[in-house]
Design a protein around this ligand. Structure first.
Ligand SMILES: Cc1ncc(C[n+]2csc(CCOP(=O)(O)OP(=O)(O)O)c2C)c(N)n1
Ligand code: SF4
Ligand SMILES: [Mg+2]
Length: 312
């Protein structure tokens, strides 16, 4: 599928419309705000969102001054996917099965607290879209580490840098054999838009994880949000890919990055001058991160080769 261009969207009323209204209380440079705005341009008005405890819950505001211009339900942490499941079945019963039912969750609510419900719904192949906007910590409650916080990162609960490694949740979800799994980034809104457009038309469980910088938690400048999200792709630590019915493809600038020479040095991203959360990342930590990244790309590469052979 050819990638959409901004100019293509001018003639698409859904894409021109703003669903996540201006004046909401996200911080300057918030990645979740950008991700939600672009996702809704692709999903359109027949969408219902269920959101577990997170910044999303808070920044959407309190009725009648709430920012989402579509149905939005705040839900207890562990219950979002169960609520979405019930919502979808209820809508089908009411003759409204065409509504997209979307879980919009943070990385803490996904990789830790909501994982059981997510896994259950994925195993049942529920007809819902699960989105994890990944700001790599529990940001709403003041920046505690989650399973999605990368190795070496400083949070309030990992003051010397996180010892453990980032949980690779997209691959865990893919192991449930669901029809669609993808990663996206706020630095490539057209790729993000196209992935939501595609996901909308697929039946069954769909999962999209979006890298969404958080300036207060990342201890970065609001103006640099896009640059940081892009750098994570450029150095290969957050590849853009899709897994459709078990078939893995790379997207955007990640397409050629299984060639290691095309990736920027990890140290350019893990730089404490750009993101204060990297202040404990020294040469030793960088070496571990590089080994992890290389192993991950070796896995991706093997999988892509296998696909090419299988397609012959
Ligand atoms: C059961 C329960 N435990 C703790 C909380 C407090 N809490 C609310 S939002 C939040 C952080 C969620 O982190 P994440 O899912 O990553 O979303 P983010 O805040 O980063 O957007 C926490 C711990 C809660 N609401 N419910
Ligand atoms: S704390 Fe982070 S995720 Fe939450 S609104 Fe601010 S920038 Fe966005
Ligand atoms: Mg988070």
């Amino acid at each position: 599928m050819a990638k959409s261009k901004i100019k293509d969207l001018i003639n698409i009323p859904e894409a021109r419309r703003e669903y996540f209204l201006a004046g909401n209380s996200t911080c300057q440079g918030c990645g979740l705000d950008m991700a939600l705005r672009w996702a809704m341009k692709a999903l359109g008005q027949y969408t219902v969102t269920i959101s577990p405890a997170s910044c999303s819950n808070v920044v959407t505001g309190v009725w009648p001054k709430s920012a989402p211009d579509w149905p939005w339900f705040n839900m207890a942490f562990a219950g979002a996917t169960a609520a979405a499941t019930g919502m979808k079945h209820g809508l089908i019963t009411k003759g409204k099965g065409h509504y997209n039912v979307v879980v919009w969750a943070g990385d803490g609510g996904t990789t830790d607290i909501g994982l059981q419900g997510l896994s259950g719904a994925a195993e049942r192949n529920e007809d819902i879209i699960y989105v994890c906007y990944d700001n790599e910590a529990y940001q709403n409650t003041g920046n505690q580490r989650s399973s999605s916080t990368p190795h070496g990162v400083v949070t309030t609960t990992t003051p010397y840098g996180k010892e453990q490694h980032k949980k690779n949740l997209p691959m865990i979800v893919a192991a449930h054999n669901v029809p669609y799994v993808a990663t996206a980034s706020v630095s490539d809104p057209m790729d993000l838009y196209d992935k939501f457009k595609k996901a909308k038309d697929i039946k069954g469980f769909r999962y999209i994880q979006i890298l969404s910088p958080c300036p207060p938690g990342w201890r970065s400048e609001a103006k640099d949000t896009i640059q940081h999200a892009q750098m994570a792709i450029d150095c290969g630590i957050f590849p853009l890919y899709e897994i459709e019915n078990g078939k893995l493809t790379l997207n955007g600038k990640s397409v050629r990055m299984h060639d290691k020479t095309k990736r920027k040095p990890l140290g350019e991203y893990f730089n404490k001058k750009n993101q204060g959360r990297f202040k404990k990342v020294d040469e030793e930590v960088l070496k571990v991160l590089q080994e992890d990244t290389d192993k991950w790309w070796a896995w991706i590469d093997r999988h892509l080769v296998y696909q090419e052979e299988a397609e012959l």
